[in-house]
Design a protein around this ligand. Sequence first.
Ligand code: F6P
Length: 365
Amino acid sequence: MRIGILTSGGDAPGMNPAIRAATIVAIALGHEPVGVRHGYQGLIGGELVPLDLAQVGDALRRGGTILQSARCAEFHEPEVRRTARAVLTDAGIGGLIVIGGNGSLAGAFHLSDPTEAGDWPVRVIGIPASIDNDIALTSLSIGVDTAMNTIVEACDKIADTASAHDRIFLVEVMGRDCGYLAMTSAIASGADMVLFPEADRSENELVDSVVDAVLAVRARGGSQKVIAIKAEGIETPSTRLKELVDARLASETGQQLADIETRVTVLGHVVRGGRPSAFDRLLGSRMGNVAVRSLVDGAHRQMVAWQPPVDAVGGVGEPSSHDPYCHLMPLGVVLDATRELLDGRSPLARWRATIFDDLQDVFLL
Ligand code: F6P
């Protein structure tokens, strides 16, 4: 079988280990890996390249994606997906591995939708890769661990200068509409508080909670530094939040505005780059292995999931015979569950929101 491999959407550290493993395993099983450059955008333009062991040899160590990526709004159009199908069938490709986030997996779902594709002979399988960890039914996506480590390392550095100056820092981290990275990195970096969209706080409540954290830190004595992690998904821009917090602090404490040394650090795309952590190398490699072997077994319209939540395993998907830590989850079920996760309806979304409200009290002890 000729097996196409494509990375799409925002890159994530660990995509390269997945490409490398898929390439190696495909060759070892006697199949032919083919890279698609620039995601779906490149696919519709026919950007197919042969993949061999020499090309992927060192890829394991590198962040980003050696196949490059793109966001492709046109892929929402059925006509464009028809072109993509033709490119794959004309190239004799029998299986396609899509490595990417929510939008990329939705692209894979629609590309392979039989009501649109008819009896199109290409099997499609997805690998979740996004630093945001906003894909349901997999406990982790490729890239999350590296991103979390990057944030923690940055916060450790910020804590040094914050301590030296007794300053308040608002640190904004990526994650799109999902607060996962903000929440987990707040715990792992020992931040004083965290703001995340799932809590659905008004602007006033956001200000209240930062000011409460500052006053709690001041009241307990010792280091006066305050690290507040703010998820990108919070609508109030960090600079505006800083101004509101400073104004409130000045009015509540009588401190001069000029003496309040709050600083804002937006980590931005730094969080998405860098060498994949050992765990992301392992996760990408294992998912790449399972994806190829499952395609060869006949799997179609599935996503490789990493240790899905227990309630999901009871109802949908099945354990991979190639790796007991991986499950194959139907793409449609994953996308429905992801919608519920993102709009706050799923039990996991509700748990994430409440646990951090509870933890807030602990943070401020
Ligand atoms: O989905 C990954 C992600 O890095 C998000 O955290 C962020 O909101 C978005 O992509 C940024 O996208 P772009 O690189 O296209 O600006």
